[in-house]
Design a protein. Structure first.
Length: 415
């Protein structure tokens, strides 16, 4: 994550690198409440996640009261945990002031929860239904609550995690952008090197990391030689999605692909369930998520989130500047976590959008089309995985069957 952050926030890193280092404490672990995900767990492994890291939440099993719909609010009870996490982040931002790096980071995490309330819940769908678009799919069955159709969010699984990481990692490891020539420096470890070292370090076969580090040592020795042509040829090799890099990372990605493949049956059972008619109030993340432009309600959800974030951001500024009568951002943000039937701030936005986008409204009524969008996104993630493992030479053979440095170089360059 630190390597990805350096690439994404180059200007910030130049200001003061130490303030923006991604440490284990700052990054933390995955906690559903921080993303307003449904915490329902079908396959609790390991039995006690806190043994792996004390910061993990305990598993929330299917019979847990947190997964129930509150009869008064018509919302899933676990959503309140996200509200509390968001409130703590906004408090930190207010108390830390605009000069606090940690406070600003907490503010970003808090606003992430607020944004996900619209992107990863059925708030937009229920808002359209409220205004008379009754054919809109709510992605939940009816429940014993005041408004019959509850506000819910999606469960987040392993395939979603891989899809989230494959694309940014692929940009670094397999970038096809044309770059000016720059001679490799002995001892230098570039973004691709760092990513591969980190991932191979997690692999159960220690030979992979040992092999890649042998490659880096060989590269250092060649880079230190005063033969510019050889160095330039070597850079041309590693500056493109070369055979060796593709295969090194491909070894790990293949194991991830196998793991994903072994989970297909369970995942498919979950994804094939239609919460609109099955009696379930636990849709999957991919059924609800509107992050991608292909989703018919993507723009509507983004518009609602933008309005909410603007109001909360203005409230934070009011506190920082000591504006008289300024409402606390926690109060402002918390009000948005309401079933659409119990608030009206969004009505005019939703009505205007629906009138201007009848074709998107119609698409949101068609399960076949929404399923097709989900399938396309899943296929895209699978293609990202396959990209990592496409290659023509075996990683281990390159390093462990080489009899000398010259032999290794010949294997790498094909000369």
């Amino acid at each position: 994550m630190d390597v990805l952050a350096v690439k994404e926030f180059t200007d910030l890193m130049k200001i003061d690198r130490s303030r923006f280092v991604v440490t284990a404490a700052r990054l933390g672990v995955y906690r559903p409440a921080e993303h307003i995900d449904n915490p329902r767990t079908l396959d609790p492994k390991p039995a006690n996640p806190k043994e792996r890291d004390a910061d993990f939440d305990a598993w929330v099993l299917p019979d847990d009261p947190l997964l129930k719909v509150d009869p008064d609010t018509s919302m899933k009870r676990y959503i309140q945990r996200s509200v509390e996490v968001m409130a703590a982040g906004l408090e930190s931002a207010v108390n830390g002031g605009p000069g606090s790096t940690d406070g600003l980071r907490d503010m970003g995490a808090a606003l992430h929860i607020l944004e996900d309330f619209f992107a990863h819940s059925n708030f937009a769908e229920l808002s359209l239904i409220k205004l008379g678009h009754e054919r809109i799919l709510p992605w939940t069955s009816a429940a014993d609550c005041k408004h019959r159709l509850p506000l819910v969010t999606g469960t987040f699984g392993g395939s979603d995690i891989i899809a989230s990481l494959a694309e940014p990692l692929g940009r670094i490891l397999f970038s096809t952008d044309e770059k000016p020539f720059e001679a490799i420096k002995a001892g230098e470890r570039y973004e691709r090197d760092q990513i591969i070292q980190i991932v191979l370090g997690e692999h159960p076969d220690p030979r992979l990391l040992a092999g890649y580090e042998a490659f880096l040592e060989a590269r250092d020795q060649w880079a230190s030689q005063p033969y510019s042509e050889q160095v330039e040829q070597f850079y041309a090799f590693i500056g493109t999605p070369g055979r060796l890099l593709g295969n090194a990372f491909g070894v790990v990605m293949q194991s991830l692909a196998i793991w994903l493949g072994n989970s297909v049956d369970d995942l498919q059972t979950l994804l094939d369930e239609d919460p609109n008619s099955s009696g379930s109030t636990d849709p999957s993340h991919s059924q609800l998520a509107k992050d991608h432009a292909q989703h018919p309600l993507h723009v509507l959800a983004a518009t609602l989130a933008r309005k909410a974030v603007l109001q909360v951001g203005q409230a934070v500024l009011g506190q920082w500047h000591g504006k008289e009568g300024a409402e606390h951002p926690v109060q402002v943000a918390t009000r948005f976590f309401t079933h659409p039937m119990d608030c009206d701030w969004q009505d005019s936005i939703v009505r205007e959008w629906a009138e201007a986008n009848p074709e998107q409204v119609e698409r949101a009524t068609l399960k076949s089309e929404l399923d097709q969008s989900r399938i396309q996104l899943q296929r895209s993630a699978q293609k990202d995985l396959q990209r990592f493992s496409q290659d023509g030479s075996d990683f281990l053979d390159v390093f462990f069957e080489s009899v000398s440095l010259a032999d290794l170089w010949a294997r790498i360059t094909g000369k």
